[in-house]
Design a protein around this ligand. Sequence first.
Ligand SMILES: Cc1ncc(COP(=O)(O)O)c(C=O)c1O
Length: 415
Amino acid sequence: MNSATTTYVRPKLGLGSAALDELEETAAVEVLRSKNLFRYYGDDPANPPQRVANLETEFAQWVGSDYAIAVSSGTTALETALAAISVGPGDEVIVPAWSWLSCVTAIVRLGALPVLAEIDETLCIAPSEIQRLTTPKTRAVLVVHYQGVAADLEGIINAAHRRGLFVLEDCAEAPGTRYHGRPVGAWGDVAIYSFQHNKPMTAGEGGMIVTRDIRTYERAVRMADLGQYRPHHHEITPPNEPAFSGSNFRMSELTAAVALVQMRKVDKIKTHCREIQQRIRSQVGELAGLSWRTIPDPAGDFGFELYFFLQDPELVKPFQAALHDRQVNCQPRTGTYPQYHRENVLTGRSHHPAASPFRDLKPWPSPGYRPEDFPVTEDLTRRFIALPIGWHYTARDADHIAESLKAVHAELLDG
Ligand SMILES: Cc1ncc(COP(=O)(O)O)c(C=O)c1O
């Protein structure tokens, strides 16, 4: 390797967090100076704070849905959405085995059974899994749009709706991603987002639920606000559902002020990532022994993480090490790994033994929760390499990544 490649200064990672500037700073300071940080009321009863309400209105418009409810995180958004569609004890929810922790914990905390599904080369749920895994107890399919790429929504929604199942879209990693011309989140019955640090838009923490269904909206508001449905929401749609014991997952004005500014930046960040990704892809082209992740709708892809598979899993570590030596970032920007390897799934426990949906499945882990039950997921996730792309990446970085990829390929696969 020559010295020019080893001394290359690798670009900084980051999406929404990397784009934070004086606009978020001004918005946050304005809220602090108002001294009114709670969404529903402040010191002046005639002028309640408006940031969370404005974020909800603008967000629903942006993703092409009717109603939005801001909450404290993507995880609480998942719990809220599942509660809103009445998922509970005795129900099953199909969820990709390759997904973030909360995709399982949210289902378990509602007392329902997560039923793990295989993924395919999209790294999202394989649509054919819905037919294989549906039972009379199945209520919903949780679809994760993994790292900015829309899952194959048409196949998934057809398979789910034909069987009377709700579709919950998890767009935590894909705000701004589109599928066949429409944003993800506007396809399913309900969708969630996260504003955690790693995401394309961030406020440190925060989440959102969107839906076109009035009942789901009212129940989501009640779940996130201790069962209440306050006057602000009566103006959006009058109450029609009985109160129930919800939790407090509310968002603060400070979070909403930052999230509003960030939301307006997402499309710009997406355009940038797509340009960098296309520059890399067009320079690398197709290489023997290496295949790109399947993207169901390339026109709508966010483009912030490029994935490719090697045929030989034994080559993944040396390939990554060689890219790393060339100052190429090549680790996924998410802590996703198969749910059946997670500690909480391996114990099968909830906060109380009687609350665990796994309590009658003996011996534990039962079939459906062991690595050997997921040959496709095991195979694919052992063979991929991720190339994250950030807001600070330049055309020069794209050229460097493309050259490095070709050089490492020639070194390890063409020999
Ligand atoms: C797919 C997915 N779902 C849900 C979440 C949960 O979001 P949060 O971290 O805001 O609770 C995340 C984020 O980490 C995620 O990546």
